[in-house]
Design a binder for this molecule. Structure first.
Ligand code: 5GP
Length: 190
């Protein structure tokens, strides 16, 4: 997606250690027009799939997910990263965070995810795939079916895409694939 790549080159900040900051248009300040274009592109890429719900994980996946939900007129469920005290009928799974080197719980209410659901997962970044695999686990535990996963940015020098390729019948799409991040330099896959 050229518009997204141009924006990353213009406003993204890359650091040694393979971290890309996109705080001025995705992760802190958000650009709704770019988000809309992102959602349109997701809509195009998943047009061959049938699903009734979009799922994401708080917080940065919510903006692209709600934009896509708006365009497709589908409900959007966001998985919570902390287990709320008031939620009793829920499904949970664990996610390992490479950046924080710790495991945390994610959860969703059984009221909003169950056997009748075919869901598309949307998130901002695919790095090592831990968040995505945690959500896949959660969806499976709920008895729902995960039909696809869409990421705004994939860091293809990390293990995520390879790990997700092992999931059967899940279409994985990334709108911008980065093969190298150096201090002040972003290199995309062709
Ligand atoms: P994974 O679970 O695939 O290893 O990591 C995915 C999550 O880590 C994303 O949802 C995102 O929040 C965060 N993340 C991983 N790498 C980066 C990065 O380079 N930049 C930013 N802004 N977030 C990242």
């Amino acid at each position: 997606m050229q518009l997204l790549k141009d924006r990353i080159l213009r406003d993204g900040k890359s650091f040694n250690g393979g971290i890309l900051k996109v705080d001025s248009f995705i992760n802190h300040q958000m650009d709704p027009l770019l988000m809309k274009s992102i959602a349109v592109e997701f809509m195009r890429r998943f047009s061959g799939q049938s699903f009734n719900k979009i799922i994401t994980i708080e917080a940065s996946g919510i903006a692209p997910a709600i934009m896509l939900g708006y365009l497709l007129e589908l409900p959007v469920v966001f998985v919570k990263k902390a287990v709320p005290k008031t939620m009793d009928d829920m499904i949970s799974a664990q996610v390992y965070s490479f950046t924080k080197d710790r495991t945390y719980d994610i959860c969703v209410s059984k009221e909003f995810l169950g056997r009748d659901d075919r869901v598309l997962f949307i998130d901002d970044f695919l790095a090592n795939g831990n968040a995505a695999l945690g959500v896949h686990d959660l969806v499976t535990r709920a008895g729902a079916v995960l039909i696809g996963m869409g990421f705004i940015i994939e860091k293809s020098f990390q293990q995520g895409a390879e790990r997700l390729a092992g999931l059967e019948s899940v279409q994985v799409e990334s709108l911008a694939r980065i093969k190298e991040l150096k201090e002040g330099e972003v290199v995309f896959e062709d």
